[in-house]
Design a protein. Structure first.
Length: 489
């Protein structure tokens, strides 16, 4: 290391002052490695972000086109989706397609965790517990944070503040208990200098014990448990049971069964059939963003146990008309979350690929992992220290975590916070944008690299040349930033 900083925040202040030079160098390097003007904006490190979706396979596109000029009740497609889910998970599970994953979370929390509002008397308060982990502004934002020190933890996340932003999702008389997992740390990093959740060394069994202790404390109001549904160590789910289920998730599932409360799993960046298995984790419902890793048009999918899914489907207006039918698409509390006929058809086509031909997406994932590792080896050896790289079948992604580049050292590769992402001061993501790439989720030292933007053909096969450019642009960005951070001569 050629530069030592007195304090961490001084490092980030230096990077902030040199952003212009960093971005200019990134643009120059992009030309040197062969990113042409035609490629810029058409290649990306992921098709799994809400602002820029992955490209649809021809099979999915054709399924949507086939119904667009056809008179076909949505209930017909709804039942076909239910059939696909039941054929795989069993008849005791059911499904419901919604227009986004966030819609699926909203209806799940309000139906399963919020206190009833009808009838005489005051409405009582309820609480659900969630690990204080990455993405808390999704699965953790539907209640008021407890303990009170977390009340503003989501304040600067999203496009707006207050009731128009993330905090406006809070439901009436519902609280979120933030549970700090055993082994997690929350050091401050970034230009928007904030605590970042580091889940890399989470102790799953000890964390479940902590949940159980806090459940006893909040027994009179406890109405649910929640977590992410991911399968990688960078998100805290690296410890697995013999059946492959993440230990933390299966522990929470057992606890939810014992306490007779729902366990809601946010698996936005996940895929059904291939990924996290609700049967093994004991989840009540698991919610997917189908336009992320699953290759579907914009939509969300809820899969869950039949008893609770009846309530959710009824709230969506798809569980039969009042006069007695099995399915419908009528008015109900959450009819605004209806996905529409074309989304139903596209999601169904994508689900059939995942269920019946998983070798297609898995072959592309294997190829992505191999190319990523080959390009990683080209990083300067000094910068290869402390990386943990994992292949995620659930997320159909390669997770790259460099938090341990700081381990046993005064300073490591700069880490940017989620607040940096929303404030536009996330230098790594901005660097990739200046290289012409659609950036990926890369905050908290955890980078998710997946297929979907410019590197997969219409049949789902990975194309090697653009994939190499995508991975190379990521590591070149890290190299440039690290040089300005004083980690290279």
């Amino acid at each position: 290391m050629t530069k030592k900083w007195e304090y961490r925040y001084r490092l980030y202040k230096h990077l902030q002052a040199n952003q212009g030079a960093i971005y200019a160098e990134a643009k120059k390097v992009s030309e040197e490695i062969g990113i042409t003007p035609e490629m810029r904006g058409n290649l990306g490190l992921t098709g799994s972000v809400s602002g820029c979706h992955g490209l649809l396979a021809s099979e999915v596109e054709e399924a949507m086109a086939a119904v667009s000029r056809k008179v076909l009740p949505s209930a017909v497609l709804d039942e076909q989706i239910r059939d696909e889910v039941k054929a795989f998970y069993g008849d005791e599970y059911d499904a419901c397609l919604v227009n986004t994953c966030e819609a699926g979370l909203a209806v799940s929390y309000e139906v399963l965790c919020q206190a009833p509002s009808m009838g005489r008397g005051d409405t009582y308060r309820t609480r659900y517990m969630a690990p204080y982990e990455r993405h808390m502004h999704h699965q953790g934002a539907y209640g008021r944070p407890f303990p009170p020190k977390y009340k503003e933890v989501n304040a600067e996340r999203g496009e707006a503040a207050g009731e128009y932003g993330v905090q406006g999702k809070r439901l009436m008389n519902l609280d979120t208990i933030f549970v700090r997992p055993e082994g997690a740390t929350y050091e401050c990093h970034g230009i928007k200098y904030n605590p970042i959740p580091n889940m890399l060394h989470l102790d799953a069994k000890s964390t479940v014990k902590r949940f159980r202790q806090l459940a006893d404390r909040h027994a009179d109001t406890l109405a649910g448990l929640a977590s992410l549904g991911y399968d990688t160590p960078g998100y805290g789910y690296g410890e697995k049971e013999k059946n492959g289920a993440p230990t933390l998730q299966s522990g929470l599932g057992e606890m939810a069964t014992e306490l007779d409360i729902p366990y809601i799993v946010d698996n936005a960046w996940g895929v059904p059939f291939i990924g996290t298995d609700i049967r093994k984790t004991g989840g009540t419902v698991i919610i997917y963003s189908m336009d992320k890793a699953a290759g579907a048009p914009t939509s969300g999918l809820i899969i869950g146990k039949e008893e609770e899914m009846v309530l959710i489907r009824r709230a969506m207006g798809v569980h039969g008309a009042r006069y007695g039918t099995l399915s419908s698409h009528g008015k109900a509390a959450f009819v605004g979350y209806d996905p529409g006929k074309e989304a139903l058809a596209g999601a169904l086509a994508a689900m059939k690929i995942l269920k019946d031909r998983p070798q297609i997406p898995m072959a592309a994932l294997d190829a992505l992992y191999n190319i990523t590792m080959e390009e990683f080896e080209k990083l300067p050896k000094t910068l290869q220290y402390g990386w943990k790289i994992f292949k995620s079948p659930n997320c159909q992604a390669v997770e790259l975590n460099y938090y341990d580049s700081w381990k046993d050292r005064d300073f490591g590769i700069p880490i940017f916070s989620i607040e940096d992402m929303y404030a536009g001061s996330h230098i790594l993501q901005n660097c990739m944008s200046h290289m012409g790439m659609v950036p990926t989720i890369a905050y908290d030292a955890n980078i998710m690299l997946s297929n979907g933007v410019g590197n997969i053909d219409a049949q789902g096969k990975l194309m090697e040349e653009p994939t190499r450019l995508i991975a190379r642009s990521l590591f070149k960005s890290i190299e440039i930033i690290s040089r300005y951070a004083g980690l290279l001569d």
